[in-house]
Design a protein around this ligand. Structure first.
Ligand SMILES: [Fe+2]
Length: 411
């Protein structure tokens, strides 16, 4: 179904589809995944009318891009918080990383006086970018080489090949609940360079991307393209995450697509994790219901999953030979859990379903963190400077799962 652009826009505001790369297929174009907004008077102080429009666009189109806007960190925090007024701390908590064994971005630097993070690559010296952080500040763009089980050779990297680093939702997945929105503001980045993402999973899939482009896929499309038997399973399923997931998988390795982990028994044993309590372990529905459109988005952070819990079919639903787990199931075998989720998620990251933001200085992108998966891409040289401000806030509510009607419709 095509979602029309919001008909009533505040005066002066223009909303257009984003610029799609030739690789973007018909499906994403029809969904109008990603819109570009121009004509905002002051991005640091939105009017109520402007914010209402942007909020609606975010839930309908998943990614909202503003080019050439002058954002400041206080304005970024204010904008991020407008989507979730009760939220107050960074999505991963005040410290950013819960433990130094965590695989979370090793170079999160918090802009003083805000929960906004400076991320990127290279030696940053610009005082405006640093906003009170020490000069110079050294940043490092994460590389698939340290996270994936297999790596591209130096020769392949030189030819411009890269990987999706890690498909994810911005979420602590322990103790704190997933942010509704992430705001990403590009300040400095190399321009005019490209990479080719290789999936390296035997499919031959590849995708041309701008260097350091941020890749997005729609959780709605990921759900919509599932065969009926997997839709039935998805609406009945919950995913349980590891305690301290980013520490638990810190010694394990990712699949070559960046979409979840290989299973080689390398996880940190539960009794060797930092102290944890069962009450803080997160279990979420596989499908999250969009609060504005009512659509279901398949929203699973594949790296951190531990178990899948599947409800039986509703008593009024007819069984067929193709029905999966009609009596329900509790999957605890890690390989089985990951393989099942991979089967459900991999179709949704096909090259034609990926939209990549091509960053320029002063581009701001907001994304519906409960409706998309995203991944960074690219391999940077140590002297290539990339600087972004990033913000998201741990939510004070939990994602909605499928309604009873949704379960009856798809089960
Ligand atoms: Fe992220």
């Amino acid at each position: 179904m095509t979602v029309p652009l919001t008909p009533a826009q505040p005066a002066g505001l223009t909303v257009q589809p984003v610029d799609y790369a030739p690789s973007v297929g018909k499906r994403l174009r029809q969904e109008q995944f990603g819109v570009a907004v121009s004509g905002i008077k002051d991005i640091n102080n939105l009017t109520d009318e402007e914010f209402a429009t942007i909020e609606e666009l975010l839930y309908k189109h998943s990614v909202v891009v503003f080019e050439n806007v002058d954002l400041n960190p206080d304005g970024q925090f204010r904008l991020t918080r407008q989507f979730d007024p009760q939220a107050h701390e960074y999505g991963h908590g005040a410290k950013g990383r819960p433990d130094n064994k965590s695989i979370l971005h090793p170079d999160l630097r918090t802009i003083p006086g805000t929960p906004v993070q400076l991320i990127g690559n290279g030696l940053v010296t610009d005082e405006h970018v640093l906003q009170g952080l020490k000069s110079p500040t050294q940043l490092k763009h994460p590389s698939h080489e340290t996270f994936h089980k297999t790596q591209l050779s130096a020769e392949e990297s030189e030819k411009g090949y890269t990987r999706f680093y890690r498909w994810h939702i911005d979420a602590a997945l322990y103790e704190r609940d997933p942010p509704k929105v992430t705001t990403l503001y590009g300040l400095q980045m190399p321009l005019g360079k490209g990479n080719i993402v290789r999936y390296d999973d035997g499919t031959g899939d590849e995708l041309e991307v701008p260097l350091g482009g941020t890749a997005f896929v729609s959780g709605k499309v990921m759900f919509d393209i599932l065969p009926a038997e997997y839709k039935s399973l998805a609406v009945r399923a919950l995913v349980k995450y590891f305690p301290h997931p980013y520490v638990a998988i810190g010694t394990a390795k990712s699949r070559s697509t960046g979409l979840g982990m290989e299973t080689d028994g390398l996880e940190v044993p539960l009794d060797e994790l930092p102290p944890w309590e069962e009450k803080h372990v997160k279990t979420f529905p596989v499908c999250w219901k969009n609060p504005v459109t009512g659509n279901l988005h398949l929203q699973v952070h594949p790296s951190g999953i531990k178990e899948i819990i599947i409800d039986p079919l509703p008593s009024t639903t007819a069984r067929s030979p193709s029905t999966l787990c009609p009596d329900g199931a509790h999957l605890t075998d890690l390989k089985e859990v990951r393989d099942l989720m991979y089967k459900m998620q991999r179709p949704g990251i096909a090259p034609e379903l990926v939209y990549v933001v091509d960053w320029k200085p002063k581009t701001l992108a907001l994304f519906h963190n409960r409706g998309v998966l995203h991944s960074i891409t690219g391999a940077f040289q140590p002297d290539e400077v990339r600087a972004f401000w990033q913000n998201n806030l741990a939510s004070t509510d939990i994602p909605l799962g499928p309604s009873a009607e949704d379960v009856l419709r798809y089960a």
